[in-house]
Design a protein. Structure first.
Length: 158
């Protein structure tokens, strides 16, 4: 095949799973410092908003208002992270944001499902510092991601 007929190299797609924690901010800053300005990468910033139990709300209207407020707050945070990546040299058209609200039983499972849907080659998360008791009781999302991930890299940023 002649060089002009070769198909262009496909961008590597990273999924950065974030929340409002300092560890998530460190993960975004790490990717910005490590890959910002290099061509061939695109990023999806993703956040999960766990929905409270049904009896948490007095009415459906209250639930709708809560969901709207949480989505607005989350999308504002994601847009701030997006701007960090763009300022670091990522092409604005290659940095997307995505959030979801739902009854999430396992953050790691949801992250890996989104990774598959978007065909990301790498998942980036920040490491939350938990006590041994907290990790025993609630588990560790980063540990589960490392154990359960197939056909992708997992970056856990300290």
């Amino acid at each position: 095949m002649k060089p002009e007929q070769e198909s262009p190299v496909k961008d590597k797609h990273l999924l950065i799973a974030v929340d409002t924690s300092d560890s998530s901010r460190r993960a975004v800053l790490y990717v910005a410092d490590f890959l910002g300005g290099f061509p061939g990468f695109r990023v999806t910033l993703f956040s999960i908003i766990p929905e409270p139990e049904e009896d948490f709300f007095d009415s459906e209207a209250e639930q709708v208002a809560w969901t709207k407020q949480k989505l607005e707050e989350t999308n504002k945070m994601l847009e701030n992270y997006r701007q960090i990546l763009i300022q670091a040299g990522f092409d604005a058209g290659k940095v997307r944001i995505r959030s979801c609200v739902g009854d999430v039983k396992s953050f790691s499972e949801e992250i890996l499902d989104i990774r598959c849907d978007l065909t990301c080659c790498t998942v980036v998360v920040g490491r939350h510092h938990k006590t041994k008791t907290e990790e025993f009781l609630f588990g560790s999302t980063s540990s589960r991601l490392i154990r359960e991930a197939k056909n992708c890299a997992i970056w856990v940023v300290e």
